[in-house]
Design a protein. Structure first.
Length: 158
């Protein structure tokens, strides 16, 4: 998932991600706002402004949306859907933004928590403190357990 402000601040990185066919580009709002505190109009703006920024920077149109802070108020879910995006929810939160969580702990947590159909949240925007060290081990561990890694849209059958 990509935020609109991040896409604008990191156009080169966004473009590189957009060129990677195995990386699904999703919308994560313009400013990473708390959707529980937004009016419907403000929520719509968060979604649509980000959508345009991501399209410009990444060269691809997001089809899925993940809410910041795991907040999915029903009214905002309807707003996201009315913008043509599929609202999604994660079920495995890696904890990678916490600098006190080691790469080994990330690996153990994700491997212990993942199940068929899981959506795992990790950060590639610099907020994931040990993500780069943990991710190859997580991928290998999931594959060793027989998991196939797919995009969210593939998971949803779209």
């Amino acid at each position: 998932m990509m935020g609109g402000l991040w896409a604008q601040a990191h156009p080169r990185e966004a473009a590189l991600l957009g060129e990677e066919p195995d990386f699904e580009i999703g919308n994560h709002s313009e400013t990473h706002a708390h959707f529980t505190r937004l009016s419907k109009a403000a929520a719509r703006s968060e979604v649509l402004v980000a959508q345009r920024a991501i399209e410009r920077a990444a060269g691809r149109t997001p089809r899925v949306f993940r809410f910041p802070y795991e907040e999915r108020p029903p009214g905002a879910v309807r707003v996201v859907a009315s913008c043509g995006l599929i609202p999604i929810a994660e079920d495995v939160i890696s904890g990678d933004p916490d600098s006190g969580v080691s790469a080994g702990e990330l690996v153990r947590h994700v491997l212990a928590s993942a199940k068929s159909g899981s959506i795992v949240i990790m950060h590639a925007n610099g907020n994931g403190k040990h993500t780069a060290q943990a991710l190859p081990r997580i991928i290998a561990g999931l594959r060793a357990r027989g998991f196939e890694l797919v995009t969210v849209s593939e998971l949803l059958g779209r």
